[in-house]
Design a protein around this ligand. Structure first.
Ligand code: DON
Length: 583
């Protein structure tokens, strides 16, 4: 701690004392000294002592917390929250999708990465979404039975629980089963999101039956929302484990629905689904160890690559979100996203140069290409496309326990409500993750990301992802767990959380609330959130940046910082209903 920080902290302490806020400064929780939070920041985290779950929906966060209170660990909590979100947060919580879970195991001093990304069915082909004229059939790619990859969520959550959890499957599934069977009060967040998706959901009879009111009206706030078929599926899983989903009744419901509607997923595809444990991508930044998602996600590779490039700059001296800072970071983002389009894909199909891309010497060569006062226009080699507005699809949550373990989990159906197609009788939505492949290599996907041959569709392959569940370690202990939804925006949202927390000494709530910006190489535009001054934007324009401020907010991080024996949580204020559950 520098002298000035120490003096500052002392000042804050005395201020808090003067104001009578003694709870901040002295113990009131059984003897342990409560932490002092510097009040120079306008956003404060939620503080907990024994454990914490931060998720996009309250009841699901509380489901995880209930496991911690039973003495369960962060993995038990993560699995309970994952299943509960499938009930209470249907636009992204899921049984019919996939994702990635990063775990820090304190006792063993190691990190585990679980890949439960969807797999292309055996019948998938390179050109399956191309029309006769060679163009991509977007409806088929996004909103048909062909859109779905073989779901990985159930296998992934159960794998994590069996290998790294401590509680029985029935116990961790109980909150989800109860929420589905007995229902829960309709919230503004769910009601408004279902209202916005009414058109698409009503195109599929099963999705309409599960998520829309029978009379075609809007849900009233507080109305009880039950999901009986989903409860039955969850009970099958509680009884038979993974087989309750990938074999038997539920598998047959999925395969029958596929056969009847031109889909590809068969009972054999379901039985062949495999979870993969992979080595996490590891980097270091200013004395912290960055642990993040390896391929088939691009997240960790580019997070580490960007931090490597940025570590040579004195970012605090530039000033947070100053023109110089935004310019430097945005030029770095471009370099990383250009590499993404070329090198990243499923490592079981394509060799991905992870070591080279995360190498410090490579970063130094890339850094040399950044001009301090002038934009380098994105190479026009591949066509970009206007970026669509972000929808709230994927979801991230973080858990932490009293034993020092942490979990950082991001999972998704891809779009909000995935393909908007539900499996009749089984009660859950199917993903449209096949759209994360390059349906036509060299063209932009739904997130405007240009992807090449390496990410073409092949049977059994996993589509390239941007999901970036991340754990940052300090002195060999898990210090920060974070992650975000947002498609192509994910990696840069996580980058800015890490930079804000490490480089600018922000508490986790302030780090999450700070305005974000994004560049993804193509299209050549710098997206800047509300909250950056007009003067700064002018200076960026002078450097040649093509600024776009007509955008929705970026990402929805759910983060936990563990320091000094206390947990500090922040749910992103950019969306409704996120929750920090703690005790
Ligand atoms: O895996 C991916 O990168 C995408 N399927 C994630 C989609 C997403 O985050 C959309 N959320 N806003």
């Amino acid at each position: 701690m520098t002298l000035s920080t120490l003096l500052h902290k002392t000042l804050i302490f005395s201020l808090a004392f003067c104001l009578g806020n003694t709870a901040m400064a002295s113990a009131s929780s059984g003897g342990k000294q409560a932490p002092i939070i510097a009040q120079k920041q306008r956003f404060l985290p939620t503080v907990g002592e024994h454990g914490m779950v931060v998720a996009a929906e309250q009841q699901a966060a509380e489901a995880g917390l209930a496991m911690l209170k039973k003495g369960g660990n962060a993995v038990d909590a993560a699995v309970a929250t994952g299943f509960a979100l499938a009930v209470t947060f249907p636009r992204a919580g899921n049984l019919g999708g996939g994702g990635f879970m990063l775990i820090h195991l304190a006792k063993e001093k190691r990190n585990v990465f679980i890949d439960y990304r969807e797999m292309a069915p055996a019948g998938a082909t390179r050109d399956m979404f191309l029309k006769a004229d060679g163009e991509v059939d977007k409806r088929s790619e996004y909103f048909s039975h062909l859109s779905a990859g073989v779901p990985g969520t159930v296998a992934g959550l159960i794998y994590a629980l069996e290998k790294y959890g401590t509680l029985p499957l029935k116990t961790v599934l109980q909150p989800a089963i109860e929420l589905a069977e007995q229902g829960f009060p309709m919230s503004y967040a769910l009601a408004s999101s279902l209202q916005a998706r009414k058109g698409r959901l009503s195109a599929d009879p099963a999705a309409a039956a599960y998520f829309l009111r029978k009379d075609g009206g809007n849900w009233a706030l507080g109305e009880n929302f039950k999901q009986q078929d989903l409860a039955r599926t969850l009970k099958q899983i509680a009884k038979h484990g993974s087989d309750g989903f990938y074999k038997g009744k539920v598998a047959k419901l999925i395969a029958d629905d596929m056969r009847a509607n031109g889909g590809l997923i068969t009972e054999r595809d379901l039985a062949n689904y495999v979870v993969k444990e992979r080595a996490a991508v590891v980097g270091d930044y200013q004395g912290y160890t960055i642990v993040s998602a390896p391929p088939p996600s691009s997240g960790g590779v580019h997070l580490v690559q960007m931090l490597n490039i940025l570590e040579a700059y004195d970012l605090p001296a530039m000033g947070h979100n100053s023109a110089e800072y935004i310019h430097t970071v945005a030029e770095t983002m471009k370099l990383a996203y250009a590499d993404r389009s070329k090198y990243l894909a499923d490592p079981d199909f394509v060799p991905v140069p992870v070591k080279q891309l995360t190498d410090k010497a490579y970063a130094a060569r890339q850094r040399a290409m950044i001009k301090p006062n002038q934009v380098t226009p994105s190479a026009q080699v591949l066509p970009g496309k206007a970026m669509p507005r972000e929808s709230e699809d994927t979801t991230h949550y973080s858990t932490a326990d009293q034993y020092g373990n942490m979990v950082s989990n991001t999972y998704t159906l891809n779009f909000s409500y995935g393909s908007h197609i539900a499996v009749p009788g089984a009660g859950f939505l199917l993903n449209n993750e096949m759209a994360d492949f390059a349906a036509k290599p060299g063209t932009a996907n739904a997130y405007g990301l240009v992807q090449g041959e390496s990410n073409r569709i092949e049977p059994g392959k996993r589509p390239l992802s941007s999901m970036t569940p991340t754990i940052v370690m300090k002195d060999q202990q898990a210090w920060l767990a974070t992650g975000s939804p947002g498609g192509s925006l994910i990696i840069n949202s996580v980058l800015q959380i890490v930079l804000n927390a490490i480089g600018f000494d922000m508490n986790i709530a302030a780090a999450a609330a700070a305005p974000r910006f994004h560049h993804q190489w193509l299209p050549d535009e710098l997206r800047v959130e509300d909250g950056v001054s007009t003067d700064t934007l002018k200076l960026l324009k002078q450097r040649g940046h093509n600024i776009n401020t007509d955008i929705t907010t970026m990402g929805r991080t759910q983060s936990i910082m563990h320091t000094g024996g206390w947990f500090f949580g922040a749910t992103d204020t950019r969306r409704h209903q996120g929750f920090v559950a703690t005790y």
